[in-house]
Design a protein around this ligand. Structure first.
Ligand SMILES: Cc1cc2nc3c(=O)[nH]c(=O)nc-3n(C[C@H](O)[C@H](O)[C@H](O)COP(=O)(O)O)c2cc1C
Length: 368
């Protein structure tokens, strides 16, 4: 049904306008108690066997919403109502900023993909922190806070900008993510080089410890699929060295591989990060590589091209404790979360593994 609706309504609209409309509906529905209870019961069923623990946090299941959808933390309950077991808000930057001028989001429908160059449009760390501080949560959802650099801040002062966000947001974050992998802020991805990443992660860790006094906020880093394999290894080694809690693999790609011939070449040429189905193979490959390197010492989060329960299961076997998605939600709509959970529970039941945790990394352990 959603597919027909998508074809008749959303597909004819500008992608960002369609996003805002859908987002408004989700927020409205989440505000009406009877409606949200009904929707959550239908779309967010709980499966005992999918209960998950990651970096000390308990969740109903492993599947969550990737960063970028709810940049300003305005729809956490709405997304939880649709079956996402954790919601990563952001990217939030030190200062509020408008992002790149529209048009900045493009659909490659034939490839089940998106290209975006949003450029971290967000309300800024002060406003988002105030919003989180006064939020009255309806559903018990794990909330990750993803932080990035304000565009106007020079690269040399990046650490200070991240620290500002961490100080303001860590008290309200179940986990904190340092995003150094979006392709739409000039120079940002240079921060993935270990020489830059070490002082950045150390400073953010210290900031989080300063402000969240009685609690150690789990700290993760989100990396790009375009890193060379050796650089993936270097980040993995650094994460172990610094005692990081997790790595999220991956963000969008600047490559244009994996696309069929049916998408409009003019759209394919748009500048920005490509997400969705064409990203699947490389994201999975990076995840496997990370797991082979860090094993169970660091929690891995698999994201990029996850479209169905089988994809999510493959991420788990490749080493992911948590799985996230974004682009397929646009194409598959509100029943997507439910389908993933149902399929994952079925997959686990017919697998040789007693628990989901036993399945994490099983494919990689077999080959090393
Ligand atoms: C429109 C759009 C905006 C995004 N914004 C962010 C962001 O602000 N921060 C971030 O870390 N990732 C962002 N992402 C990347 C996603 O979180 C995810 O890593 C990527 O899209 C791959 O997953 P997918 O193939 O399931 O979409 C964005 C993705 C899209 C499509």
């Amino acid at each position: 049904m959603y597919k027909i609706f998508f074809r008749l309504v959303f597909r004819r609209m500008d992608p960002e306008a369609a996003h805002h409309l859908a987002f408004r509906w989700i927020r409205l529905a989440a505000r009406v108690p009877v409606l949200r209870t009904f929707i959550a019961a239908a779309l967010a069923p709980r499966y005992k066997e999918l209960r998950t623990e990651a970096f000390g946090l308990r969740m109903h299941g492993p599947f969550g919403l990737a960063a970028g959808f709810d940049k300003n933390a305005v729809a956490i309950d709405g997304m939880s109502m649709l079956g996402f077991d954790h919601v990563e808000i952001g990217t939030v930057t030190g200062e509020a900023q408008p992002g790149n001028p529209p048009k900045r989001m493009f659909r490659l429908v034939a490839d089940r993909a998106l290209i975006n160059r949003m450029g971290f449009n967000n309300d800024g760390s002060l406003t988002v922190a105030a919003r989180l501080a006064t939020r009255e949560a309806v559903f018990r959802t794990v909330v990750g806070v993803n932080i990035g650099k304000t565009k106007a801040v020079p690269e040399a002062e990046a650490v200070g900008d991240y620290v500002k966000s961490a100080e303001r947001l860590a008290p309200y974050a179940d986990y904190l993510v340092v995003n150094v992998s979006s392709p739409n802020t000039p120079g940002l991805r240079n921060l993935q080089a270990v020489d830059h990443l070490r002082p950045l992660l150390t400073a953010v860790r210290e900031a989080a410890d300063r402000v969240a006094a009685n609690r150690r906020v789990p700290l993760l880093v989100k990396i790009a699929p375009d890193l060379a394999d050796e650089d993936v290894d270097a980040v993995a080694d650094l994460a172990v060295e610094l005692g990081l809690d997790g790595i999220i693999a991956t963000n969008t790609t600047i490559a244009r591989e994996g696309l069929g011939l049916r998408s409009d070449p003019a759209l394919v040429k748009e500048t920005g990060g490509l997400s969705g189905a064409p990203l699947k193979a490389r994201s999975l490959e990076v995840l496997r590589r990370l797991y082979a390197r860090v094993g169970d010492r660091i929690t891995l989060v698999g994201v990029g091209g996850v479209e169905n329960a089988e994809d999510a299961w493959q991420r788990i076997l490749a080493g992911a404790t948590l799985v996230q998605g974004y682009s397929a939600f646009i194409y598959q709509g509100p029943f997507w979360g439910r389908a993933i959970h149902k399929g994952l529970a079925a997959r686990l039941r017919t697998s040789p593994y007693a628990t989901l945790a036993d399945a994490v990394g099983a494919d990689v352990r077999k080959t090393v």
